[in-house]
Ligand binder design. Structure first.
Ligand SMILES: [Zn+2]
Length: 454
């Protein structure tokens, strides 16, 4: 019986195939094609020889990859497989069958490969198991494809999240991780050794909208406020977890054999760069070179925890340098000394956004907007135009000094901060903001309103 727009069809008998979703289906298919590699092999075709490993075919569900190292042997393999398929009455999907010639340069000799009577198209890239394989073996194209997928996943995520404006940020971040970060981290065990700026931008977009700050806000501030780290930290950790898995794998596993091929390649010449040499460099860089030399890790749990901490510490070092030298961090470096989740972020959205904008210099006070004026207004001339104190209109002036907002200040800010104000008192007020977050946010909202009316 089938379901369609007009309802259900009558019962009918079906004598071939299995039911949709039936777990017998992949098992039957695997048994059915079990002898494919033996039939593909012949005197003139023996796959690619890696020394300890010979690869002819890669089979995953109904996806088949035929490997060859010369144009002639590829044609022989295709002929063998064509005969095999005819004998077994397997239909090849010619539209989805392509050839990629892995090479260094763009130009190549394209031979008109055929399967039976059909010519097979030669392409520069092909998507295999969700990953785009480019002819030069580099990951740039697949990262671009992942970034596009990630942006689509982010917009789908936003559609859902927008219906719950009061969702706690911790929960929203969890949803984001499972709906978006999982998409942009697909296969990061292989390509995750380098920072991928295209991918890093996607979570930052969300973090900035969660804090309600401008997209131009420095990334370091956002990581600092949310106690989060760049994706590259997580990706490198995944690479090293995968490395652990490989060195633990038995010597007969394909992945282990290929890893050994990479090791012996790199031993031949220092100029060779492959996945294994990059893992070696990462371990050396983190100060864990001894584990590379030994190629074993006794206490894996400790190893992973301490690598994670080291990766985070390395980023924290970079973060601290940025915060100490950035001219946007004149106050920020006094509010924050480390990357940790700020409790005010859990406040209602209006308070979270107003405070985050103040702390991260993502506001329209003259100290910031002056740098966007043409010609640029020199820092020392960015005076408050709302009062006649001739002081720079910065966060401190706006919150504790400017006489224009005195009445609002009396209403919302505790006397210990507003009476005899000093820069130090301002820093204390903003650093310990979670104790009085809503009141400070109410002050900011009213003061910004007043400012825009003056
Ligand atoms: Zn003023």
């Amino acid at each position: 019986m089938c379901k369609h727009q007009a309802g259900l069809t009558d019962y009918f008998t079906c004598n071939i195939g299995v039911r949709q979703g039936e777990c017998l289906s992949p098992l039957l298919f695997s048994l059915f094609i079990n002898d494919m590699d033996a039939c593909a092999r012949s005197d003139d075709y023996d796959g690619i020889d890696f020394g300890t490993l010979k690869l002819l075919l890669l089979l995953y569900a109904d996806d088949t990859v035929v490997l060859a190292d010369t144009p002639e042997s590829l044609q022989i393999a295709l002929d063998n497989i064509n005969i095999y398929c005819q004998n077994k009455r397997i239909t090849i999907n010619y539209d989805k069958t392509k050839i990629v010639i892995f090479r260094n340069s763009f130009n190549t000799r394209v031979v008109g490969w055929m399967i039976g009577e059909r010519a097979i198209e030669c392409v520069n890239q092909f998507k295999y198991l969700g990953h785009v394989l480019h002819f030069n073996g580099k990951h740039n194209v697949s990262i671009g494809a992942l970034a596009n997928k990630g942006i689509a996943a982010y917009y789908a995520f936003r559609k859902h999240i927008i219906r719950f404006p009061n969702m706690p940020p911790g929960l929203a971040l969890k949803f984001f991780n499972s709906m978006v970060v999982s998409v942009i981290s697909y296969g990061c065990e292989i390509w995750g050794l380098r920072e991928q700026k295209k991918l890093e931008r996607i979570p930052l977009k969300f973090y900035k909208s969660l804090l309600g700050v401008k997209q131009t806000t420095p990334d370091c501030f956002v990581y600092g406020e949310l106690g989060l780290y760049p994706l590259s930290v997580y990706h490198r950790l995944q690479v090293l977890k995968y490395w652990l898995k490989i060195i633990k794998a038995g010597p007969d596993r394909h992945v282990r054999k290929l890893y050994d091929v990479m090791l012996s390649d790199s031993a031949r010449s220092n100029a060779i760069v492959n996945w294994a040499t990059q893992v070696r460099d990462l371990l050396n860089n983190l100060g864990y070179g001894e584990f590379w030399v030994r190629q074993t890790v006794d206490n894996e749990h400790w190893f992973i925890r301490s690598i994670e901490q080291r990766l985070k510490d390395q980023y924290a070092q970079h973060w601290l340098t940025f915060v100490n030298v950035s001219n946007k961090a004149i106050y920020y470096r006094d509010f924050k000394v480390n990357i940790s989740y700020e409790p005010y972020v859990s406040c209602p959205r209006f308070a979270r956004c107003l405070i985050a904008r103040l702390r991260c210099s993502s506001h329209d006070l003259l100290v910031e907007t002056g740098r966007w004026l043409r010609p640029v207004l020199p820092y020392l001339n960015r005076f408050c135009t709302k009062c006649n104190l001739n002081q720079i209109e910065d966060e401190y002036h706006f919150v504790l000094i400017c006489p224009v907002y005195a009445a609002l200040r009396t209403r919302y800010i505790e006397p210990r901060y507003r009476v005899n104000p000093t820069r130090n008192k301002f820093i204390l007020l903003v650093r310990n903001v979670s104790n009085h977050a809503v009141n400070l946010a109410l002050y900011l909202r009213s003061a910004y309103n007043l400012r825009s009316r003056l």
